[in-house]
Design a protein around this ligand. Structure first.
Ligand code: IMP
Length: 188
C-alpha cells in the first residue's frame, strides 16, 4: 500500500523507514505548509490534510519536538524554529547555556511526536520519550537536539546511540509503531 509521507526532513524519512519495516510504502514528498497550530497534533493534522487534498491518496505527517521542564516546556512546537537558520551545534550550546544553573533533578525533558494518518479523516498517534538534558553535547548520530538529550535509564545521549537503538525507543518509534498497528488492522 502506497502512502505519502509529507515531510522534507531526510532524518525523519530514514527513521520512519527503519521503524516501519513493513509492506507499507511510505513515499516522501515535500509540501509547504505553515505550522501555525497550537499543538503538535494540530500541526501534524494540518500537514497530513494538506497533502491528502493535494495527492488524493492516504497520507502520513508528523510533528515533533523537545519539551524542557526547566524552560517552562520550551521548545515545544517551536523546536524547529528556535534560532532558525543556525546550526544545531549553536542551538544546543544555547540551550545548555540557559540550563547552566539547573540542578540534575530539575533537568527533566521529553521528546514528543504526533504522527497522523489521513484518509479523509485524521487518525492521531502519539509517542513520548522521557529523559534529561545533558551538561554537554555528546555524540554524532541522529539529528537536532539528540546530542543534549539523555533517555531515561540510559547513560548515553540519543546521539551516542546507534540508529537501531534510537529507533527502538524514540518518540517517533512509539508514535509510528501505533500508526502501523492501526494500518495493519485495516481491511485492505
Ligand atoms: P517538525 O516536526 O518538522 O516541526 O520539527 C521538529 C523539530 O524538533 C526538529 O527539527 C528538531 O529540531 C526537533 N526534533 C524532533 N524530533 C527529533 C529527534 O528525534 N531528535 C532530535 N531533535 C528532534
Amino acid at each position: 500500500m502506497k502512502i505519502i509521507l509529507a515531510t522534507s526532513n531526510a532524518h525523519k524519512i530514514k527513521e520512519v523507514s527503519q521503524i516501519s519495516k513493513t509492506s507499507f510504502e511510505f513515499v516522501p514528498k515535500t509540501f509547504e505548509v505553515e505550522e501555525d497550530g497550537k499543538t503538535f497534533s494540530e500541526n501534524a493534522v494540518k500537514k497530513a490534510r494538506f497533502a491528502y487534498e493535494h495527492e488524493k491518496i492516504p497520507t502520513v505527517a508528523d510533528d515533533s519536538g523537545i519539551e524542557i521542564d526547566a524552560l517552562g516546556g520550551l521548545l515545544g512546537i517551536r523546536s524547529a524554529r528556535f534560532m532558525k537558520g543556525k546550526p544545531y551545534k549553536e542551538k544546543n550550546a544555547k540551550i545548555l547555556e540557559m540550563m547552566k544553573d539547573v540542578l540534575e533533578e530539575k533537568r527533566t525533558a521529553r521528546f514528543k511526536c504526533v504522527a497522523v494518518y489521513f484518509d479523509g479523516t485524521p487518525h492521531v498517534f502519539e509517542g513520548v520519550i522521557e529523559g534529561k538534558i545533558a551538561y554537554e553535547q555528546r555524540g554524532e548520530n541522529g539529528f537536532g537536539y539528540d546530542p543534549i538529550f539523555i533517555p531515561q535509564g540510559c547513560d548515553k545521549t540519543m546521539a551516542q546511540l546507534s540508529s537501531e537503538a534510537k529507533n527502538s525507543i524514540s518518540h517517533r518509534a512509539h508514535a509510528f509503531k501505533k500508526l502501523i498497528e492501526y494500518l495493519k488492522s485495516l481491511p485492505i
